[in-house]
Structure formats: C-alpha cells, structure tokens
Design a protein around this ligand. Structure first.
Ligand SMILES: CCCCCCCCCCCCCC(=O)SCCNC(=O)CCNC(=O)[C@H](O)C(C)(C)COP(=O)(O)OP(=O)(O)OC[C@H]1O[C@@H](n2cnc3c(N)ncnc32)[C@H](O)[C@@H]1OP(=O)(O)O
Ligand SMILES: Cc1cc2nc3c(=O)[nH]c(=O)nc-3n(C[C@H](O)[C@H](O)[C@H](O)COP(=O)(O)OP(=O)(O)OC[C@H]3O[C@@H](n4cnc5c(N)ncnc54)[C@H](O)[C@@H]3O)c2cc1C
Length: 689
C-alpha cells in the first residue's frame, strides 16, 4: 500500500490569446478624490510599513525588481483573464510557467526570488504542486542518496512531479488507501497496483520523458471542470501492476536504526497500524513514528497560512478601496454628498476584523514557516519531540484561517454590492480559486478534530500536574475549577485596549471551551466506545480547537506588531486593528463569558463602547493599512480595487470587451429571439408604438 508520489511531465506550452480587456490600461491616471483624501488623512505613511512586511527595505526592493520582470513581460498580461475558456486559461498558465522559468534562468534568480515571482502571477500555475509538494516531499522524505539523485532533476525541471495521494474512495482516511506496493525480492522492485490498504511515498514515473505519453500500466488525465482552478489540470491516475525500482520508495524515516541497504518499509497485514521495516528475508523493525511519512502535509499546511494572508490582503484591499470610492444613500438627509459605503457601521464591522486577520495571517505565516524549519532540523537529529505540537498547531490554524479567508473573500464580495458580483471586481475568481483550501490538505472538520486530540492530551497532562510546552501552558487554567470565578470589573472602555486584558480573556474563553469539551467527551466515554465518544463530542471539541487557534493567531499578530523595526505611528494603527479583532472575538463570546462569571454586565457595556471607538480609529487608517500590503493593480486585476480608484471607468471599459458586445445584436438574439418575436407579432398582431 502506498501513498504514491507520481512523476509527470507537462510540456504543452505557447498558444497566445487574442482577447483583450483593459482594466488597468488606457484609463486616465487621475486619483479618485475620495481615495486621495483618505491617503492624506491617514495617521501613518504606509510606505513606512511596507518594507517591514517584506522583510526590510533591501528585500522589498528585490521583490519590486522581480515583480517588474513579471508585470512588464507581455506573457504575464492579465487582459485576457476574464474571458478565456478553461483550456485557454490552462494553456496560458502553462505558457506563464514556461516564461517564469526562462526569466529565472535569464536573470539568475535565487530560489527565494523565483518563489516571489510565482506569488506575483495572478494565476494558479499547473506546476504549483511540483514546487509546493513534489520537491518538498523529496526533501522531507527522501534519504540523502535519494535527494542527491532526484532533487537536481526536479529543480531543473528535467522531470516534473505531482503529489498523487488521494484516491477516489479515500482522501481523509490515509490508512484506508487501497493502492498496494508489493515488494518483489526476485527483481528488487515494488509492484504498484490499485487494491488493499495503507500509506507510503514512492516516486513513480507515469509519462515517457520524450513523448510525454503515459507509460504502460498507467492511465492518467484531467478530472474535468471544477468550481474554480480553471488553469489547473488536477488529474486522475490509475496504476495497473506498475513496476518501480526498490530505491524509489522515499525512505528517509524508514531505515533500520543499524542502517543496511536491504531494509525497506512496508505495511504488515498482521499489524495494520504499524509501518514496519522489512528486510529482504522478511524480518520486521518498527519505525520511530508512523506519522513521519505525513511530513509533506505538515509543510503545506504551514505555507497555507501565508497563502490565506495573500488572499485576505487582496480581498480587503479591493473592498476597502472600493468602500471609500463608492457613495450610496444619505446617512443624514441634510448631507451634501451621499455616504461612502465604508462609513456604514455594518461595512466596518465586517471588513475591519478581516483586515486584522489579513495582518494576523501574515505574521503567523512567517512564524509557521520557521516552525516547520525547526521541526525538520529536529527530525534530522532523530528528535521527534516537536512533531505532536507542530501537527496539533498546524491542523488547528489551517482549519481556522482557511475558513476565515474563504468566508472573508465572500464577505468582501458582498461588501462591494452588485459590482462585487462582476468578475471584473476580482473577488469571484479569488474566491473560486481559494475555497478548496478548506478541503485540500486535510478537510477542515477533520483538521479541527486533530487539533482537539492534541488539546485533550495537553489537558489531561496538565490535570496530572505535568508541565506543558510554554505555548500551551495556559491550558493549565482549564483544569482548575476556580478559573471561572471572578469577573474582570474593568474601570472603563479604555481598559479593554490593553493586550494583556485581551489575551487573558481570549485564553480564559478557550480554556472554558476546552474544559466543556473534555467534560462532554468524558461523559460520552462513560457510556460508549472511544470512537463514538469522540464523534458525539465533535462540536464542543471543534469549538475548543478553533478558540485555541484564535489565541495562537492573536499572539502571533501581537508578536509581529511588537517588532521594534515598525515605525511608532504604524504600530499604533496596527495595535488598534489588533484590539478591534480581539474585542470582536470576545464580543462574539460575551454571553458565555458572562455566564461563566468572567465578565460583568458593565464589562460587556465597556466592551461595546471600546469596539465603537476602535471602528472609528481603524476607519481613519483603513486605506493606509491596505496600501501597506502594496499589492499591484496587475495582481489584483480588479476594476474595484485599483490604486487610483477609477472604478466606474474601469468597469465600463472592461464590459466593452465582452464577447457578447462584439456585434450590436448577438447571434443568440438573431437565431432565437428575433424569430420568436416575429412569430408572436404574426400571431397576435402588432399595434403601432
Ligand atoms: C508559494 C506558496 C503558496 C502555497 C499555496 C498552497 C497551495 C497548496 C496546494 C495544495 C493542493 C492540495 C494537495 C493535497 O490535498 S494532498 C492530500 C492531502 N491529504 C490530507 O491532508 C489527508 C488528511 N488526512 C490526514 O492527514 C490523516 O489521515 C489524519 C490526520 C486525518 C488521520 O490520520 P490516521 O487515520 O492515519 O491516523 P489516526 O487518526 O489514527 O491518528 C493517529 C495518531 O497520529 C496523529 N497524527 C496524524 N497525522 C499526523 C502528523 N502529520 N504528524 C503527527 N501526528 C499525526 C494523530 O493525531 C493521532 O495521534 P494520537 O491522538 O493517536 O496520539
Ligand atoms: C482543488 C483540490 C486539489 C487537490 N489536490 C490534491 C493533490 O494534489 N494530491 C492529493 O493527493 N489530493 C489532492 N486533493 C484531495 C484532498 O486532499 C482531499 O479532497 C481532502 O483530503 C479531503 O478528503 P476527501 O475528499 O476524501 O473527503 P472526505 O474524507 O470524503 O470528506 C467528506 C466529509 O466527511 C467528513 N469526514 C471524513 N472523515 C471524517 C472524520 N474522521 N471525522 C469527521 N468528519 C469526517 C469531512 O469533514 C467531510 O465533510 C485536492 C482536493 C482539491 C479540492
């Protein structure tokens, strides 16, 4: 049984499109006066914050140089994006990939710069999995010899790979995978076939290196249209007794403690939960941890936090810029101008916390990449102590932030009213391409429950008086009955602005939820099996996982803001944003906090006053806070999110390019409506108009 890492080649290039749509070109570059006023009135200069977000001035300049390479190259133009068919999108994405690789070579760019380049391209690239999963799988799972053989081939694109783990019948339940890898000692080969159980990683060549045609025994193709991801050829794969050499099993973690080249790592039907090592003669040795082969998933879950940041940054940039340009209705009848929609309390309540999440995901993303690197370093020293913590943390954060980002994209679209529904707003496409993040790399309900397993373990250890990892030590409160006893009794709304108060309440609430979840789990365990008990307690367990993950995210946001290199004015704006996000989370939990006697009625009243004040503070800097992300018009590809705010001109210009406007009367009208109307007139007669 395998989790197959398959090798595929995708070389179909070129094909340029003739459609052209002008969202950012040929419009007057006059700044919309409302946006201009917002920028003039901000409390800080976004240009002082941007370098901090990009890792310093030198890195920002390098980023901009790389970005220019993309945006000034006609291959990466985005004017055809909204009218292309799926095949055209896929072909253009492949063309962009090919050009990207040429540019990297031509300009001798580093790996980091080539990643930056990929981030600047407003398209999902069909080779994305090659870079995000295939290469990391070899790095994380391959022995030094395997890395030496395969990495140069993959990095130079002499071979192109994907990550073929999920089967038609199994995605979540990896132990249920039905593909087998049967070792044939006579030929020293694995035979891969679709049947039976279990997970391990193999490199399998699926296409001929020259013709790109599938090899014997391999059936492979595109799975067909999806909700989004039009530029990607997500594939199906069928293997019929395909043979691969023994050394194409990735076995970094499957080697005998006393290394011997003949040891291999396969599933044993007698011990289905173990992944034993097997010698050619059939002797077994246990691996150090059966979950080490899941490492590539931990890596991708870590980078997904930054991906959520990028999507939330794009969505809030579009909705907030449009929110100051768009005027609608009169807040007061005597007003001389209609109200900017961003002045409506309901818009602010929805958009500003999302802006806070965009920053939180940004800082958390940086932290998680570092955490993954630390994990790899410790695993390389055969130290497994971090594994459980990293798995527990990444599963919870993955579930939390992908939910917030995908729901947030839709919230931003709705905040833009009817124009948000136009694809020219950019938001529907960001949404379509982002929303599968809730499913891939571990479905979110399942990820919450994985995080909860870790939390329950921490709870039980704390209850026994054992020390927890410093990041988890706050959970100790959950085990003490006294933690619900005293309300805060703050002396006014401003007391709510202190991080210490905010974190204390968020932690206390997370502890309340964890304690409640454990109580329910234990109640269930008293009357039913472990599996059923976990299933019956899934709701409180999931809530506990989300609230713990909120605590982690807010701490990482605070940690990011507290960095000394941020200018004081920008820091103050970010602190207000963090306070608003924290207080909105607390406000959503206020009834439960009051019931647990953690907040008094007056605390809740002060909380509401503090939120109202903070909305006004954040309102002043909202445009500066999104400008600081420094996302280009090219990347946003949005008529509503343009830096210059010329939204109506852009929408009108874009609509002119609709293929339905190519002729004054459409073919559909000529062929179907006109004959129908003619028939109706002939039958019923036509009065003079
Ligand atoms: C440039 C940057 C842009 C980036 C953009 C991103 C684009 C990305 C594009 C991506 C495109 C999409 C690409 C794709 O989608 S690739 C396919 C991704 N597939 C998945 O993610 C599958 C999800 N399923 C699983 O991960 C596992 O099967 C789960 C976790 C559900 C259960 O597993 P299983 O049934 O086998 O085990 P068990 O339940 O008996 O649990 C046994 C014990 O093991 C622990 N355990 C479990 N797992 C781990 C672990 N990893 N490290 C350490 N420990 C782990 C577990 O907590 C439990 O502990 P305990 O409680 O018993 O002590
Ligand atoms: C765009 C996209 C790209 C993808 N790319 C890849 C790829 O490159 N390589 C790859 O291998 N895979 C890929 N996948 C597959 C993806 O990883 C799986 O879809 C995902 O892991 C979920 O598995 P599933 O589809 O089997 O869902 P299921 O497990 O069938 O889930 C269905 C429902 O059952 C629930 N459920 C299942 N198990 C449990 C449980 N134990 N507890 C509680 N609820 C449960 C889930 O919450 C969900 O609501 C991709 C998926 C998408 C959408």
């Amino acid at each position: 049984q395998t989790d197959q890492t398959s090798l595929s080649l995708s070389l179909s290039l070129s094909l340029s499109l003739s459609l052209s749509l002008s969202l950012s070109l040929s419009l007057s570059h006059i700044m919309n006066p409302d946006l201009k006023a917002e920028r003039a009135g901000a409390s800080f200069d976004p240009k002082a914050l941007t370098p901090h977000l990009y890792g310093g001035q030198a890195r920002l300049e390098r980023f901009n140089a790389v970005r220019r390479l993309i945006e000034e190259d006609p291959v990466f133009r985005v004017d055809d994006y909204y009218f292309a068919s799926r095949e055209e999108r896929y072909t253009r994405a492949m063309e962009k990939t090919s050009r990207l690789v040429q540019l990297v070579k031509q300009h001798n760019l580093s790996e980091e710069e080539s990643i930056v380049m990929r981030l600047c391209i407003r398209e999902q690239l069909p080779l994305g999995l090659h870079w995000v999963m295939f290469i990391p799988a070899i790095k994380g799972q391959g022995t030094p010899e395997q890395q030496k053989k395969w990495l140069p081939l993959a990095q130079s694109l002499r071979i192109v790979g994907t990550y073929a783990q999920t089967e038609m019948g199994h995605g979540t339940f990896l132990r249920g995978l039905e593909t087998t890898a049967t070792y044939d000692p006579a030929t020293k080969q694995f035979v891969l076939h679709m049947s039976d159980h279990g997970p391990h990683a193999f490199i399998v060549q699926i296409r001929d290196l020259d013709s790109h045609k599938p090899l014997p025994g391999v059936s492979v193709g595109d799975i067909g249209p999806k909700l989004g991801y039009d530029s990607m050829d997500n594939g199906f794969l069928k293997l019929d007794h395909v043979r691969i050499p023994r050394d194409q099993m990735l076995m970094k973690f499957a080697q005998d403690p006393k290394p011997s080249p003949v040891w291999i790592h396969v599933w044993s039907p007698e011990r289905p939960d173990d992944f034993a090592q097997v010698s050619e003669s059939g002797a077994y040795t246990r691996p150090p941890n059966t979950k080490l082969s899941y490492g590539t998933m931990i890596y991708v879950r870590s980078v997904m936090i930054s991906d959520a940041a990028r999507h939330l940054q794009a969505a809030t940039t579009i909705a907030i810029r449009y929110g100051v340009v768009r005027r609608q209705s009169l807040l007061e009848e005597t007003a001389s101008k209609e109200t900017q929609v961003l002045d409506y309390n309901s818009s602010q309540q929805q958009l500003f916390p999302l802006l806070g999440w965009a920053y939180a995901c940004h800082f958390a993303g940086q932290h998680l990449i570092k955490m993954y690197q630390d994990l790899q370093a410790s695993l390389n020293r055969a130290d497994l102590s971090m594994l459980e913590y990293v798995h527990g943390t990444t599963t919870g954060l993955k579930a939390l932030v992908t939910t917030i980002a995908s729901e947030g994209l839709e919230t931003c679209r709705k905040a833009c009213g009817g124009h948000g529904y136009s694809r020219f707003s950019g938001l529907p496409d960001f949404y379509q391409d982002y929303v599968p993040a809730c499913t891939y790399e571990g479905e979110n309900n399942v990820m919450k429950l994985q995080c909860a397993r870790y939390l329950v373990k921490c709870f039980r250890q704390a209850a026994k008086g054992r020390n927890l990892a410093p990041e988890m030590s706050y959970i100790g409160q959950a085990t003490k009955p006294s933690h619900t006893s005293k309300p805060l009794n703050l002396d006014g709304p401003d007391a709510w602005l202190h991080w210490k108060i905010q974190s204390r309440v968020l932690e206390a609430k997370a502890c309340l939820s964890l304690a409640a979840a454990v109580r329910e789990l234990d109640r269930q365990l008293g009357s039913t099996s472990k599996g059923k008990a976990w299933n019956n307690a899934a709701e409180p367990l999931s809530a506990a996982a989300l609230e713990h993950s909120q605590v982690v995210m807010l701490r990482l946001l605070e940690g990011g803001i507290a960095t000394p290199s941020i200018a004081d004015t920008a820091r103050r704006a970010l602190e207000s944003l963090r306070s608003l996000l924290a207080l909105k989370l607390i406000q959503a939990q206020a009834p439960a906090l009051q019931l647990a006697n953690l907040l008094s009625a007056m605390d809740v009243q002060h909380l509401s006053t503090a939120v109202t004040k903070l909305l006004a503070v954040v309102r002043r800097d909202a445009v500066a806070l999104v400008d600081a992300f420094d996302l280009s018009d090219h990347f946003l590809n949005s008529a509503l999110g343009r830096y210059d705010g010329q939204v109506y001109e852009a929408l009108y210009a874009a609509a002119q390019k609709s293929t339905l406007n190519a002729t004054p009367v459409t073919r559909a009208v000529q062929e179907h409506l006109q004959p129908l109307m003619k028939f109706s007139r002939a039958m019923l007669g036509m009065p003079k108009l």
